[in-house]
Design a protein around this ligand. Structure first.
Ligand code: DX5
Ligand code: ZN
Length: 224
């Protein structure tokens, strides 16, 4: 049985103790480390840039899943790849030439993802679905951690799962924002492959246990 994957989000870590927090994630059942890059333009918040990605690369045993919430991401693909990104996802809303950017990411050797805001319909990725390795479905409006899960995402996961199956595509469905023990089962049942978890892991009394609980929900296997 193929299990779903867990990607703790570094945005919720203690920035004064990044090495400690990354090592802590290394010792959990987490699969990827999710790294949120925000430019203060595409989203209202500014997080961090390639130098922090290098720090994450130095200490993380897990693949770095870099989520670019920036305008004109094509300017920085190679920079983030060189900094250590294993996966690079760009927003469809920031890319008028998405197909070109996806090819650009693949040329660097990274896995290529497209991220989709809550208001963007799944129909808009129909013509790119066969080209991407990951679809990041935003279940909050991007920009901040600790927000409430937008329930309509469940319908979008189902629609996307159907699209992927119909097209025989290989993209993984990653759900990002407001994910925790309270909704993980519904998200997985709807057809998600990867759960991003920021606050539900880093703010937990026992982050190790929080990852374990998310990882062992155990209903995967329907479409494995
Ligand atoms: C939101 C980011 C998320 C965020 C998730 O803009 O893309 O990855 O870190 O944090 P939580 O899990 O706390 O909603
Ligand atoms: Zn993210």
């Amino acid at each position: 049985m193929v299990k779903h994957l867990i990607a703790p989000s570094l945005l919720a870590a203690d920035f004064g103790n990044l090495e400690r927090d990354i090592q802590m994630i290394n010792n959990t059942e987490a699969d990827w480390l999710h790294v949120d890059i925000m430019d203060g333009i595409f989203v209202p918040n500014i997080s961090f840039g390639p130098e922090i990605v290098k720090v994450a690369k130095k200490y993380s045993k897990l693949p770095l899943d870099v989520h670019l919430m920036i305008e004109k991401p094509e300017r920085y693909i190679e920079t983030f790849r060189d900094a250590g990104a294993d996966h690079i996802s760009v927003h469809i809303e920031a890319c008028p030439h998405l197909h070109r950017v996806i090819q650009q990411i693949k040329t660097t050797g990274a896995k290529a993802g497209v991220a989709v805001n809550p208001h963007t319909s799944i129909h808009q990725i129909e013509d790119i679905i066969e080209d991407v390795d990951i679809v990041v479905l935003m279940s909050v409006n991007p920009g901040f951690g600790g927000q409430k899960f937008i329930y309509n995402t469940i319908n979008k996961i189902k629609a996307l799962r159907e699209l992927i199956t119909t097209r025989n595509a290989h993209a993984l469905i990653e759900v990002d924002g407001g994910v925790g023990q309270q909704n993980a089962e519904s998200i997985l049942q709807a057809g998600a492959d990867v759960l991003v978890a920021g606050n539900s892991v880093f703010s937990a009394e026992n982050p190790n246990l929080a990852v374990y609980a998310l990882k062992n929900i155990g209903i995967r296997g329907f479409y494995a």
